[in-house]
Design a protein around this ligand. Structure first.
Ligand code: NAD
Ligand code: MG
Length: 391
């Protein structure tokens, strides 16, 4: 068996760490070609020592210099590169076969696209990239013969439950949602939620941004858009089902009345191992599901009145590509401001709605137009926050 070279974009994060955990179980199948992080020197140093990649990329140049010194002092052969352009280089190098796209937010778009354009197996965790670029990303995958495998647990579950041609008899996708930490809270209590409460997810351990997105249900909204692109379906055929136990990771409903579901413990190593091994299955380290401990599977309709971000995402997708870029950009700025205690939890959907409504009509045809809309929407979001502070 020829060992596959792996690049992990966002190696220091939650998905990056889980990916390395799975890779460490299969040293004969995979070797790490490159690891990247924004600025977490400590984590990347430790990962470089264990996995000996050819390259380590630090987006922050100061952090890159520190990492390089530490690796030299440890007699390491790992080559350190600095800056965002180096992400594209390691994502598209002929020496990497698979690319894990696990940078958070819009920063992950360009390197994920570089991997697609270089015809790699792209293991996509970074949902924001697809929400921003939609058809452009899907076209790049097709044109360059790349493989696009979803890592997001819901989409990975759907991928596992779809027929081999991706469409035969498929009526609907049922995306499950845990409902987040505030699922049972009264609307009047949402106002005072703190960042600490919002990042404490009941079932999954994840990065800060996606944890806040799960609490507002924006995560599910982004996932609806992601599902439309990945599985080539209109939004009416992607339905959200709140399922607090997170045991069913999503379902596919067929025209003969069958509903296929993928179940498992909530641990991202399962979808990661599936994407790494596909079409084979690999051991992931995840314990088998104990249905007797799980005991119950509950389902509810999502409450879009208490959690308006989900409806906003459906609306943005209906309006077109510029609106989904604005939705994503405004949400990124809003979540950061919420974590920094500049705005409240219930300000997030207000800000997103305002900025989304100012987006141009239609869908951008090229990358420049995407990046311009992203930048404009971020600037509008920053002004929104400033205005709110003045009033
Ligand atoms: P995280 O915050 O734990 O890690 C983010 C990674 O991105 C880190 O390695 C960080 O160094 C890097 N990064 C941050 N800003 C960057 C920038 N400007 N340039 C380059 N690199 C940058 O996040 P996470 O929870 O691992 O999530 C990563 C992505 O995967 C997100 O898009 C998230 O929505 C998606 N995802 C995560 C989970 C999960 O369980 N954690 C599940 C499904 C999807
Ligand atoms: Mg998910």
């Amino acid at each position: 068996m020829v060992s596959k070279g792996i690049t992990i974009l966002g190696a220091s994060g939650s998905i990056g760490v889980s990916t390395l955990d799975v890779l460490a179980r299969h040293p004969e199948r995979f070797h790490v070609y490159a690891l990247t992080a924004h600025s977490n020197v400590e984590k990347l140093f430790e990962q470089c020592q264990q996995f000996q990649p050819r390259y380590a990329v630090m987006v922050d140049p100061v952090a890159a210099a520190v990492l390089e010194k530490r690796l030299q002092a440890a007699d390491s052969d790992v080559v350190v590169l600095a800056g965002a352009e180096a992400l594209d280089a390691v994502a598209s190098s002929p020496d990497t076969d698979y690319v894990m796209a696990a940078i958070v937010g819009a920063a992950g778009l360009l390197p994920a696209l570089a991997a697609a354009r270089a015809g790699k197996r792209v293991m996509l965790a970074n949902k924001e990239a697809l929400v921003m670029s939609g058809q452009l990303f899907i076209d790049a995958v097709r044109e360059h013969g790349a493989e696009l495998l979803p890592i997001d647990s819901e989409h990975n579950a759907v991928f596992q439950c779809l027929p081999s041609d991706g469409k035969n008899g498929v009526e609907k996708i049922l995306l499950t949602a845990s409902g987040g930490p505030f699922r049972t809270w009264a609307a009047s209590d949402l106002h005072d939620i703190t960042p600490e409460q919002a990042v404490a997810h009941p079932n999954w351990s994840m990065g800060q941004k996606i944890s806040v997105d799960s609490a507002t249900l924006m995560n599910k909204g982004l996932e609806v858009i992601e599902a439309c692109w990945l599985f080539n379906l209109p939004a009416e055929r992607v339905e959200v089902v709140v399922h607090p136990q997170s045991t069913i990771h999503s379902m596919v409903s067929y025209n003969d009345g069958s509903v296929l579901a993928q179940l498992g413990n909530p641990d991202m190593r399962t979808p990661i191992a599936y994407a790494l091994g596909w079409p084979e299955r690999l051991a992931s380290g995840v314990a088998p599901l104990d249905l007797f401990t799980t005991a119950r599977l509950d389902f509810e309709r999502p409450d879009m009145a208490r959690f308006p971000c989900l409806q906003l995402a459906y609306d943005a997708h209906t309006r077109g590509g510029y609106a989904t870029i604005a939705l994503n950009a405004a949400n990124e700025v809003a979540v950061k401001a919420f974590l920094g205690r500049e705005i409240g939890f219930t300000d997030i959907p207000l800000l997103v709605k305002d900025v989304m409504q100012q987006a141009s009509a239609g869908t951008p045809m090229n990358l420049d137009d995407i990046l311009i809309q992203d930048e404009e929407s971020r600037a509008r979001s920053v002004s929104w926050i400033k205005n709110k502070k003045i009033h």
